[in-house]
Design a protein around this ligand. Structure first.
Ligand code: G3H
Length: 329
């Protein structure tokens, strides 16, 4: 895998992508989707070993990774002050002296991701930055509150200024093979979002099989998802490479059949720069460069940025600093 092709330009000009309108539920297609676990795991296992990006190229890829982070805080003890600190980091994700040494200007993260009650302070703190606020919704993380309330929550978050809505699906619809119910749910959530972009969180760690992950991915895209996202970060197992392979192949299939590009967001447990590079390599190999832009790829992560900044500091100065110097929130 050649990752020596990127320039130092972390943020390429945005290409505008037509929005996926969804399509009728195609049960034949859904039921035909399979996932060969051992082949997928074998393929996933080859990725970290083959990824070897050095020096300048590594710095460029790490800057690219930063531009794709949904910088996240989703804790019961979140406060407006913590969210404001996170937003300051979102605006200026890397120390100015390091960026200057790297010859980079205008680097920012993909979005800031928070619970509903933290939308207002986040919107205020990000004003003028162009960084959207993503709100988790629909009874995140379990998604088991009354359906009308889950739909209403989306409307409230859009009203409060969220530019992106991360919904959670009902895992039971997948576990019971009730694809019609999952599709109808996705349609309702999408309708409640209006023109606001919607990411569908599958909570893959709770879906039982990779085949279920493949099928749920397709149904959510048919239902109008703009992005599919692995996890809430609260499941026992969150983003993994095998699950990512299944989901991005579903994205590729959907693009081949419909012409629409759906975004991908691995989330939960991605905290190391080297893991971020592996994910970027996977996307490049399976989907191609077009998907390596923030409008089609995000990392959902609370602490990844700190490790990337540490690696960039090492690249510039030749020395590692202690991790606490790169606190996020
Ligand atoms: O969507 C984002 C996740 O909740 C963040 O998970 P993390 O804290 O493991 O990075």
């Amino acid at each position: 895998m050649d990752m020596t092709e990127t320039s130092h330009t972390a943020q390429l000009p945005q290409v505008s992508e037509p929005r996926n309108p969804g399509m009728a539920l195609d049960l034949d297609w859904v039921r035909a989707a399979q996932a060969n676990r051992s082949a997928i795991e074998r393929r996933a296992a080859t990725l970290p070993g083959r990824r070897s990006v050095k020096k300048d190229y590594q710095a460029a890829w790490l800057l690219k990774a930063i531009s794709c982070i949904d910088l996240t805080t989703l804790s019961g003890d979140d406060t407006a002050a913590r969210v404001r600190r996170l937003c300051a980091k979102a605006r200026q994700p890397v120390r100015p002296d390091l960026l200057q040494a790297l010859g980079i200007e205008g680097l920012r993260v993909g979005a800031v991701c928070v619970y509903h009650d933290m939308i207002a302070p986040a919107v205020a703190a990000l004003e003028g930055s162009g960084i959207p606020v993503a709100a988790v919704s629909t009874g995140f993380p379990a998604g088991l509150s009354p359906f009308p309330l889950r739909v209403a929550e989306i409307g409230e978050s859009v009203k409060a200024g969220a530019g992106e809505i991360d919904i959670v699906i009902s895992r039971r619809h997948v576990l019971e093979g009730n694809w019609q119910a999952l599709y109808d749910e996705m349609r309702s959530f999408r309708a409640a979002c209006g023109t606001t972009h919607i990411k569908a969180i599958l909570a893959t760690g709770e879906l039982g099989t990779l085949r279920n992950v493949a099928r749920a991915s397709l149904v959510c895209m048919m239902g109008g998802a703009d992005f599919i996202k692995t996890s809430t970060g609260k499941e026992a197992v969150n983003a993994t490479l095998p699950v990512s392979l299944v989901m991005i192949r579903a994205i590729r299939d959907y693009h081949e059949r419909s012409g629409y590009r759906i975004g991908y967001k691995p989330a939960g447990g991605i905290s190391k720069a080297k893991d971020a590079l592996t994910y970027l390599a996977l996307i490049k190999e399976e989907l191609g460069d077009r998907w390596l832009q923030p409008d089609l790829f995000r990392f959902g992560a609370s602490s990844l940025l700190g490790d990337i900044e540490r690696q960039l500091e090492h690249h510039v100065t030749g020395a590692y600093s202690v991790a606490y110097r790169h606190a996020i929130g």
